[in-house]
Write a protein that binds this ligand. Structure first.
Ligand SMILES: NC(=O)c1ccc[n+]([C@@H]2O[C@H](COP(=O)([O-])OP(=O)(O)OC[C@H]3O[C@@H](n4cnc5c(N)ncnc54)[C@H](OP(=O)(O)O)[C@@H]3O)[C@@H](O)[C@H]2O)c1
Length: 251
């Protein structure tokens, strides 16, 4: 039995319980979309996100983005409940830092699965619904300035983020004939739980000194770039990496 499609565009934002993902979910709801907000563990944060979005505008979906079967099931449920999926934002990620010799193989796989394979699983699972969305269809992947520059002590995270850029460019080419755009957003340093230890005290001052705009970014700075790429205003932009980094990397 086919579901009557929701009148509103529907977005799935992974890792929307906190940080940048929550800000993206809020921006997309502001823009008029219904948002399915994914998370994996933090119930309290997820409930807070839902409260901020409003139950009429959003629903929570708890699943591990690194679990292929769970991703397939989550997308199937969206198809059944909403009859459409227009925007996929691959935002969920983890960082397990350490210099090369200390990196455990299990951590390498965890980071690659969570930060890169997840975007492959979700893009593939969502492709049937995105094809139905046609020109409304968007995939937006959260990469990172370090994925473009490299960063000592983050080999798995950087490899995954660099891989996401390749995935973005390839899917942009594959899906362009159907009007679906695929882009990446590349934040610099943004104040969230992920960057807690880097943005305190002296480390913060050193960091800020490297950023031409003279401040650490806010999750909302990144969310506005995603909002734009998800909108009809960006319908002629595909395969691009939009940097939101205060000028930390230019050129
Ligand atoms: N913060 C920065 O400076 C910065 C810079 C460049 C790029 N980025 C990228 O921007 C994105 C968001 O970063 P952030 O700083 O907002 O991160 P964050 O504050 O650490 O939040 C991570 C989010 O991902 C979710 N998550 C983690 N593992 C998951 C899994 N296996 N399945 C589903 N959800 C999972 C978390 O859910 P729970 O709450 O349930 O744990 C949480 O919602 C990431 O892709 C990150 O790499 C961030």
């Amino acid at each position: 039995m086919s579901t009557t499609p929701s009148p509103r565009r529907v977005a799935l934002v992974t890792g929307a319980s906190r940080g940048i993902g929550r800000a993206i979910a809020k921006a997309l709801v502001r823009d008029g979309l219904f948002v399915v907000a994914n998370y994996v563990a933090n119930e309290a944060a997820a409930q807070q996100t839902l409260a901020e979005l409003g139950e009429a505008n959003a629903a929570l979906a708890k699943f591990d983005v690194a679990d292929e079967a769970a991703v397939d099931a989550a997308v199937k449920a969206i198809g059944e409940q909403h009859g459409r999926l227009d925007v996929v934002v691959n935002n969920a990620a983890v960082a397990v830092d350490g210099l090369l010799l200390r990196v455990k193989t299990a951590d390498w796989h965890k980071v690659l699965e969570t930060n890169l394979s997840s975007a492959f699983y979700l893009s593939r699972a969502a492709s049937r619904l995105l094809l139905k969305a046609k020109e409304s269809g968007r995939i937006i992947n959260l990469t990172s300035v370090v994925g473009e520059m490299g960063n000592a002590g983050q080999v798995s995270y950087v490899a995954a983020k660099a891989g996401l850029i390749g995935l973005t460019r390839t899917l942009a080419r594959e899906l362009a004939s159907r009007g679906i755009t695929v882009n990446a957003v590349s934040p610099g340093f943004i104040e969230t739980d992920m960057t807690q230890q880097h943005v305190q005290g002296e480390a913060r001052q050193k960091l800020v000194a490297q950023i031409p705009l003279g401040r650490i970014g806010a999750p909302e700075d990144v969310a506005e770039a995603v909002s734009f790429l998800a909108s009809p205003r960006a319908s002629y932009i595909t395969g691009q990496v939009l940097r939101v980094n205060g000028g930390l990397l230019i050129g």
